[in-house]
Design a protein around this ligand. Structure first.
Ligand SMILES: [Zn+2]
Length: 361
């Protein structure tokens, strides 16, 4: 985006965020002419020239999923609902009040969205675009009317190849040398020690075991020998976790935990990754922290830190302890109770590990 900043042609409109309430926008001056939500997750709008439009996002509630909407001046003739596909539940065109038009994009449950990064960009006097989701979802274009000016000499093959490449890169985990590396994944706590207990009774031991198992699976698929210190709810002290890693000559050790705040404060959320010593441990921590933040939009970055935890202090190899969120925090707990988010976190940890291995070896 930054390359556009100096260009006066581009106007930006931040998406207003309302978590639980919606406020009607102020008046604007022109109407929606055409729209298209494309396979790459970009919503394009064509309006009359110099339209002042307003965009909003509202988190899901009991009735609706996550919703993004844009209000335009000018009353809509035929309110209608268009069935969605992929991450989109439906698209509605309605009149929220007299003389207004509203385009609503409603997402399906458990769609990963990052509304804090959304920006609506004015391409010219009557065209707008905003990227709503990444092309990791399979999605068939939906739209009405022509949003784009016809441009000659655009080779269709080129643009589709570019798109395929992007999708591919996004989905793929980095490659490393097959059967070369050994990783020990340590799901924190277990058995009589459930670790942190969060909102609604969510237990750290359950969350981290599930995430760890997925990390192991993802690494195995990449030809990395991954072992878990525990595979079920057993009581496992810290020394055997360390000796297991040391005795198997693992290349790296990753202990997975979830946090709890003192006094169970619901406003405390965030992710952090600890290492004890060495640039390798620090690099591994940085790689993992970066990836887990990407799948946890809005959750604070508590950083990569040095920590004196037993398991990372006493293991011989580069070792980190990752805290994937606060089970006592409203934002983090709501996510971590969902299987889809646990998968994303596991994917992120695996990606961080593979990036590290492909770089450091
Ligand atoms: Zn823990």
């Amino acid at each position: 985006m930054s390359k556009f900043l100096n260009n006066k042609l581009f106007r930006y409109l931040a998406v207003f965020l309302f978590l639980n309430s919606a406020i009607l926008p102020v008046k604007s001056s022109s109407a929606l002419a055409a729209w298209a939500l494309k396979t790459n997750g970009v919503l394009e709008l064509r309006t009359k020239s110099n339209t002042n439009l307003k965009a909003y996002f509202q988190k899901a509630n009991q009735i609706y999923g996550d919703r993004f909407w844009v209000d335009f001046p000018g009353e809509l003739k035929n309110p209608r609902t268009i069935k969605g596909n992929g991450p989109i539940k439906e698209i509605r065109l309605g009149k929220p009040s007299k003389g207004k038009t509203r385009l609503v994009v409603e997402f399906k449950e458990e769609t990963y969205l990052a509304p804090l990064t959304w920006r609506m960009v004015g391409l010219d006097q009557n065209r707008w675009r905003i990227k709503l989701f990444k092309p990791k979802y399979s999605f068939t274009k939906i739209g009405e009317g022509f949003v784009e000016k016809r441009i000659k000499n655009v080779k269709k093959g080129q643009s589709s190849k570019y798109m395929r490449k992007k999708v591919h890169n996004y989905l793929q985990l980095p490659n490393v040398k097959q059967n070369k590396f050994s990783v020990v994944i340590d799901p924190g706590h277990g058995g009589p020690d459930p670790g942190a207990i969060g909102i609604g009774g969510i237990r750290e031991t359950d969350v981290v075991l599930e995430v760890s198992k997925i990390v192991k699976k993802l690494l195995s698929e990449k030809g990395v020998k991954a072992r878990l210190t525990r595979k079920n709810e057993v009581n496992l002290d810290l020394p055997p976790r360390v000796s297991f890693a040391n005795n198997t000559n693992a290349d790296i050790f990753v202990s997975i935990h979830a946090n709890a705040s003192r006094g169970k404060r619901r406003d405390i959320n965030g992710l952090e990754t600890f290492y004890f010593r060495g640039w390798r441990g620090r690099l591994l921590a940085k790689k993992i922290q970066k990836q887990i933040l990407r799948v946890s939009p809005g959750s604070p970055d508590r950083g990569v830190k040095q920590g004196r935890f037993y398991v990372i202090k006493n293991t011989k190899m580069p070792a980190v302890l990752v805290e994937i969120g606060f089970l006592t925090g409203r934002l983090d707990a709501r996510r971590l109770e969902k299987a889809a988010h646990r998968k994303r976190v596991a994917y992120a940890i695996a990606k961080g590990i593979l990036e590290y291995l492909s770089k450091v070896g």
